[in-house]
Design a protein around this ligand. Structure first.
Ligand SMILES: *[C@@H]1O[C@H](CO)[C@@H](O)[C@H](O)[C@H]1NC(C)=O
Ligand SMILES: *[C@@H]1O[C@H](CO)[C@@H](O)[C@H](O)[C@H]1NC(C)=O
Ligand SMILES: *[C@@H]1O[C@H](CO)[C@@H](O)[C@H](O)[C@H]1NC(C)=O
Ligand SMILES: *[C@@H]1O[C@H](CO)[C@@H](O)[C@H](O)[C@H]1NC(C)=O
Ligand SMILES: *[C@@H]1O[C@H](CO)[C@@H](O)[C@H](O)[C@H]1NC(C)=O
Ligand SMILES: *[C@@H]1O[C@H](CO)[C@@H](O)[C@H](O)[C@H]1NC(C)=O
Ligand SMILES: *[C@@H]1O[C@H](CO)[C@@H](O)[C@H](O)[C@H]1NC(C)=O
Ligand SMILES: *[C@@H]1O[C@H](CO)[C@@H](O)[C@H](O)[C@H]1NC(C)=O
Ligand SMILES: *[C@@H]1O[C@H](CO)[C@@H](O)[C@H](O)[C@H]1NC(C)=O
Ligand SMILES: *[C@@H]1O[C@H](CO)[C@@H](O)[C@H](O)[C@H]1NC(C)=O
Ligand SMILES: *[C@@H]1O[C@H](CO)[C@@H](O)[C@H](O)[C@H]1NC(C)=O
Length: 612
């Protein structure tokens, strides 16, 4: 069997990867008391591959929530637009109505995340362009005359989904009621929703503590700003500075999404000497100063700092577009991760928020006493009620100060929340201006709350795993050297295998990257292996069996790895592996061809062609 070395190698690499990627999954530091996911317009429980959460259909109430309609005319809709980049759950089904409807949740008191998921698409008799509605939660206006299709089309990344996250406090004995009201500009206007999440949070996470001192109000020092329980917040940005996206499953247990900062960072000069990305810091952090649920460890492990050998003084700057005339809460996350900076006065810098000085002398070690102690500071920015522009810049700038040790800055994470208007309870901005130019082809999403979770899997690997991947690559290269050396006759040279990226051959409901590798139907796989005949088994591992088979009318020999369909853990690793291999493939390291996850099957297909 001339293929066996390759197959053995594949298993070898996968066992290594499985070990590395199974660490840390589901070990949330915060256990949300309430964690409800509603899949609107469907019945029964559903899940997505790569996500351990169960989405409950809204067709039959289970006592935790109920759907109340004004005219009992809402319908369950199924999208008529199949989009393989959009996860099936909760986006393929929707609750749609031309009259008002409410979702009421029976929850215990406390502060909650409410996440609203929209996939603006046509559903049966509901045309995509006719959605226009407002969403309320008690006294708070979450969305006002919201044109979902316009909002999605206007998204700078041309991403198809719209996801909004709010923080709301529920008092004792109160119900949480979310009301959808179509705006009747014409008779076809309707309201819709695909998914609703209600997830509880620790009471001191974003809201001011009863005894606490409030946020520092930039421009008005000595006049602290309190986030009261009677205010609501909308998350507008949540950024892992200098790192990669962190998917909801890798959050501390609240399923928050952390984006990378690439599209917000202003680039000065050439990339070489402006804003350095410090290497991922694997050392254990000490969370005594802030709750260990505040942000994922990954956020505190990556950072940006000032450029090297820069001769001009400049501000390290991030720009965020926000709705004007609101108050914003800005939370900055810091962790001194350099091992050579252990005392105060070594790394000192100024912080400007919206061009107003927020800190004269930011000095992380002076605040924390040590390096590797994560820390978080909150600020309030009150924008002028005047002005008519539709958009405002909220910039964060860091300016280094000379110290005997360094001329440098540090920042690990940024969160920006819009605060509800004290008088009206309003959180809604206006609809974007219609975009005149036709949408560009889709690019990978980078915006946290507007993008799909599935795509973020790619990024999580790059972050937590980047060091690990490097190790795997090194292992691989060593391994390849050994294999090659033993291959005196020149057969089975890995590098000779051409790794052409395959286009997706069909659309499917999976959330895996069809544009990165080929998708196989189960029928194709059973045909290739004579219905998983044991005669074709060439290897068995903890994950399941590896079969030899042929695809493309018997012309291409492949190795088919079939995962035992038992655990959620397996599903996550499967998604992770495919994503990672897709990423690695262009490095000519792995001979991935494609995958199949029809039904309950999780199958990966590798090239095992004999070299010419
Ligand atoms: C997080 O902090 C809590 C309370 O301080 C502690 O009980 C828990 O063990 C910590 N979890 C981890 C993973 O460090
Ligand atoms: C939801 O329930 C209604 C009536 O109870 C039924 O007609 C409809 O088919 C159900 N929808 C689904 C998706 O099961
Ligand atoms: C759906 O999942 C919930 C737990 O999230 C469980 O309590 C319920 O029994 C499940 N329902 C069905 C029909 O499986
Ligand atoms: C929905 O909830 C709002 C606020 O609680 C209430 O005023 C309205 O009557 C409810 N609508 C229906 C159809 O029950
Ligand atoms: C806000 O509500 C939370 C839980 O509902 C409570 O623990 C906290 O004390 C309240 N804060 C204030 C300032 O009343
Ligand atoms: C939503 O916006 C689009 C684009 O401007 C427009 O064509 C459509 O009519 C709007 N929908 C409604 C219901 O106003
Ligand atoms: C964290 O730091 C505190 C205070 O310096 C110390 O008491 C504690 O032992 C440290 N915890 C860990 C896990 O190192
Ligand atoms: C920065 O300057 C030091 C010495 O001044 C030099 O060794 C180093 O190569 C420079 N780094 C870059 C990126 O130019
Ligand atoms: C960037 O570095 C190069 C040398 O590495 C230097 O010539 C150039 O002046 C630097 N640019 C700035 C803006 O400091
Ligand atoms: C940094 O930004 C602040 C606030 O916008 C500005 O006042 C200052 O002049 C800037 N400094 C430099 C060197 O660009
Ligand atoms: C916001 O900042 C960006 C980048 O600096 C700039 O291009 C844009 O014109 C600014 N917009 C406003 C409204 O100031």
């Amino acid at each position: 069997m001339s293929n066996s070395p390759k197959i053995r190698f594949s298993c070898h690499l996968f066992i290594l990867l499985q070990l590395l990627f199974s660490v840390g999954v589901d070990s949330f530091v915060y256990e949300a008391v309430e964690n409800l996911e509603i899949n609107c317009g469907s019945s029964g429980n559903s899940t997505n591959s790569g996500d351990s959460r169960i989405w409950i259909g809204d067709n039959e109430s289970d006592g935790h929530f109920s759907l109340v309609e004004q005219k009992k005319d809402s319908v369950d809709g199924i999208t008529t637009q199949v989009d393989s980049s959009v996860p099936k759950v909760p986006y393929y089904t929707a609750r749609l109505s031309r009259s008002q409807f409410n979702y009421s949740f029976r929850v215990i008191e406390g502060q909650k995340f409410i996440r609203l998921h929209f996939f603006p698409s046509s559903y049966d008799n509901f045309d995509r362009s006719n959605s226009l509605f407002s969403v309320y939660d008690g006294p708070f206006t979450l969305l006002k005359d919201f044109n979902a299709s316009l909002t999605a089309d206007n998204d700078e990344y041309h991403w198809d989904l719209v996801v909004r996250e709010y923080c709301i406090n529920v008092d004792q004995g109160q119900m949480l009621t979310i009301t959808f009201i179509p705006t009747p500009v014409h008779q076809d206007c309707y309201a819709f929703i695909n998914g609703i999440e209600v997830v509880s949070m620790p009471s001191d996470l974003y809201y001011s503590k009863p005894s606490g001192e409030g946020l520092k109000q930039v421009g008005h020092e000595g006049n602290p700003y309190t986030i009261y329980n009677k205010t609501a917040l909308e998350t507008v940005y949540r950024i892992n500075v200098g790192g990669s996206q962190v998917s909801p499953n890798k959050d501390t247990g609240m399923y928050r999404y952390w984006n990378d900062d690439n599209s917000y960072l202003e680039q000065f000069f050439d990339h070489k000497n402006s804003t350095r990305q410090l290497p991922y810091n694997f050392l254990a952090k000490n969370y005594t100063l802030i709750g260990n649920y505040t942000a994922p460890d990954e956020v505190y492990s990556t950072t940006r700092s000032y450029g090297q050998n820069v001769t001009i003084t400049y501000n390290v700057t991030w720009n965020f577009k926000v709705d004007p005339q609101f108050t914003y809460m800005v939370r900055l996350h810091f962790c001194e991760i350099s091992s050579s900076i252990t005392e105060a006065n070594q790394r000192v810098f100024g912080i400007f928020i919206a061009d107003i000085p927020a800190e004269e002398r930011a000095d992380v070690v002076a605040w924390t006493g040590h390096n590797l102690f994560p820390y978080c500071k909150g600020y309030a920015v009150i924008f002028d009620k005047l002005g008519s522009s539709k958009e405002q810049n909220l910039s964060i700038k860091l300016l280094p100060q000379q110290t005997p040790w360094a001329y440098d800055v540090i920042l690990n994470g940024i969160e920006i929340f819009k605060v509800s208007d004290i008088g009206t309870g309003n959180l809604a901005g206006s609809n974007p201006e219609p975009c005149l130019s036709p949408p560009q082809p889709m690019v990978p999403p980078t915006n946290p709350l507007k993008s799909s979770k599935a795509k973020t899997i790619v990024a999580t690997i790059a972050g937590a795993g980047s060091g690990i991947i490097v190790i795997s690559i090194i292992c691989f290269l060593i391994f390849r050297r050994i294999t090659r050396a033993s291959d005196s006759n020149g057969k089975s040279k890995w590098t000779d295998i051409s790794l052409v990226p395959y286009k997706s051959s069909k659309s499917h409901g999976s959330s895996l990257p069809s544009d990165l590798c080929r998708y196989f139907s189960l029928a194709e796989i059973t045909a290739a292996t004579n219905n998983f005949d044991d005669v074709f088994v060439v290897g068995i591992g903890g994950f399941g069996k590896v079969y030899k088979g042929y695809i493309d009318e018997g012309t291409t020999p492949v190795a088919i790895k079939r995962l035992k369909p038992d655990s959620q853990q397996g599903a996550r690793e499967f998604a992770t592996e495919i994503d990672m291999l897709s990423q690695l493939r262009h490095l000519h390291l792995v001979s991935l061809i494609g995958y199949c996850n029809d039904g309950n099957e999780m199958i990966i297909v590798y090239d095992s062609r004999d070299p010419p």
